[in-house]
Design a protein around this ligand. Structure first.
Ligand code: PBG
Length: 329
């Protein structure tokens, strides 16, 4: 038991100089904690600004080797590809998700060919970048269909695995998809492909800029509350994670990030498995806009990322990955 008390005990003594603060520091951020999301677009030699995400771009696939090389140079262990699909290729079942020449498949092929296993690649399993209604699943009579959607997600998973994806990340929130995808992967000899389940994904207001980036914002009908979680709940997060672990998830994701540090902490303490956090687009834009307008210091980026480590996250998907990696050097 700690018996000391003021004035014999003064906690400020351990904060006196930088060297002692460094010695007693409990958490740290390193390159090994970073996952970089990359947005893809059609065309050649295209680097297109995303208005709602200052400093973030969509790249055409021919530029991807350069983008990947830069990430490897920044010692980032893994990337995540997200496509901005041409609206002419979107339909109500998201068929473009199963096209082996879609943006994600092309980016996977070119990256794996050039860089093999120098860097990990994670791909989203969900239909929203491909559907004309912007939802993650199939719709009938205004209902998002669970089991029918999973059948397509299985095909999408197998295709991405075949194209070289290392980590499949189902972000759709359909019930039972982890087990079904795992089974299908194992049957097709993809036993080594990892499943990073977006086990805890909230129906959040912080996804706006991402939906703008992948072109689903204006077309999205209604909200995603019948499949993504209610942001008032946390017991439900535990149930989601325990099911996904039983179904074969290797890693679980909590999303969004900063408003859900309590959830990260609970899951890490309870299950002792790798938990990744997603600092989503709305969080990025809030911080970046604050920095651009001189309202907050650039150090807010590091502060936000360390908060995930403190909560127990093993890694963080963040649009700041390149920027912060350079600073860590
Ligand atoms: C969709 C998906 C979303 C994000 C990642 N995958 C948005 C959504 O569910 O509407 C959001 C990421 C971000 O906001 O940065 N399956």
């Amino acid at each position: 038991m700690i018996t000391g008390k003021y004035p014999a005990l003064r906690l400020r003594r351990n904060r006196k100089y930088s060297w002692i603060r460094r010695l007693v520091q409990e958490n740290d951020l390193s390159h090994n904690d970073l996952i970089l999301p990359i947005f893809l677009t059609d065309g050649k030699n295209k680097k297109i600004k995303i208005n709602s995400m200052p400093g973030i771009f969509r790249y055409s696939v021919d530029l991807i080797p350069k983008v990947v090389e830069n990430a490897i140079g920044n010692k980032i262990p893994m990337l995540a590809f997200f496509p901005n699909t041409d609206s002419k290729k979107k339909n109500n079942i998201g068929a473009e998700a199963l096209n082996e020449n879609n943006l994600v498949c092309r980016a996977l092929k070119i990256t794996k060919k050039k860089f093999a296993n120098e860097i990990g690649i994670m791909t989203d399993v969900a239909l929203d970048p491909y559907t004309s209604h912007g939802h993650d699943g199939l719709i009938r009579s205004n209902k998002i269909l669970n089991d029918e959607t999973i059948e397509i997600l299985i095909q999408q998973s197998l295709l991405q695995a075949e194209m070289g994806s290392d980590v499949l990340a189902p972000s759709d929130m359909m019930d039972g998809r982890i087990g079904k995808i795992r089974k299908a992967l194992d049957k097709k000899k993809f036993a080594d492909v990892q499943l990073l389940s977006y086990a805890v994904k909230y129906a959040s207001n912080f996804y706006g800029p991402f939906r703008d980036a992948v072109g689903s914002k204006r077309i999205l009908k209604g909200d995603k509350k019948t499949y993504q979680m209610d942001f008032a709940n946390s017991d439900e997060a535990i149930r989601e994670v325990s099911l996904d672990i039983k179904e074969g998830a290797d890693i679980v994701m909590v999303k969004p990030g900063m408003p859900y540090l309590d959830i990260i902490s609970k899951i890490k303490n309870k299950f002792k498995i790798p938990v990744f956090a997603y600092q989503v687009s709305g969080e990025y834009s809030l911080i970046q806009n604050g920095i651009n307008r001189n309202i907050i210091s650039k150090n807010a980026i590091l502060e936000s990322l360390i908060s995930f480590k403190r909560a127990g996250a093993s890694a963080i998907v963040t649009y700041f990955a390149n920027e912060i990696a350079k600073e860590l050097d």
